[in-house]
Write a protein that binds this ligand. Sequence first.
Ligand code: GLU
Length: 282
Amino acid sequence: MKIGRFAPSPTGPLHMGSLITALASYLDIKAKKGLWLIRIDDLDPPRTVPGSIQVILESLFAHGLVSDRGVLYQSQNLVKYKKYLAKLLPHIYSCQCSRKILARHTIYPGTCRHKELSTEDVALRIKVPNINISFNDQIKGTKITNLQQEIGDFIVVRRDKLFSYNLATACDDGDQGITDILRGEDLFSATYPQIFLMNMLKLKTPQYLHIPVLSNLNGKKLSKQTGAPPIKDFEAVKNLIDAMNFLGLQVPNHIKTITSIIEWGINNWSATNIPKQFEIYS
Ligand code: GLU
């Protein structure tokens, strides 16, 4: 059984960009007769906007997008991340580099690799070996990167003690048996560290499909941080038709209800229809 997922961070209400990703992941997995899961990536309390989880779930529901197996919350999985982290410990070291030092490098130069630092007030990094990681993106084809040269030792636990996005995502995607990840292109390069972690943890890796992200008139990715307007649930039909348009699907005029639009989308879904770039959203 194929399993897909949509994993929003609760940093604000859904906007058109996140609806497109949610819808695309839904249609893609349903076209494969699979299950679609919702996971709330609420590991970062400083970024969490109170009330937004409810708003996101209500919006998805209003647009006909409902999780097949209840909703998983990353904040409830801390014990699991700890267990996985323990397996990685031989490869992990403490890093006390300041933001200022880190800002000088795009790839972490391994400054703390050979220091024996305490575990207080430090981030934890994983030593990456000099190997290539490759995967086959369903749109972009086979992609390959050298972990040491292009990613570097990356953070698995942040200095504020929060598990990193990459660690939590790798553990959950592996643990939930996700077979198909469809998400925005902005997360493309995170795929390499995530695959590396899944390999280290002996978790099965999914297949990936990264779709374009929606930009506003200033060329900025539409996001809650760049002030993207929330979608209005009472305009669900129009929103779904617009989202389908971005994905290269023209819903025929006579199809006018949420259920029938989604059904039509599933029957007509093809990843090859997705344009290389989305039109600007204004
Ligand atoms: N929670 C992440 C976000 O909202 C997405 C996680 C993922 O799809 O891997 O950007």
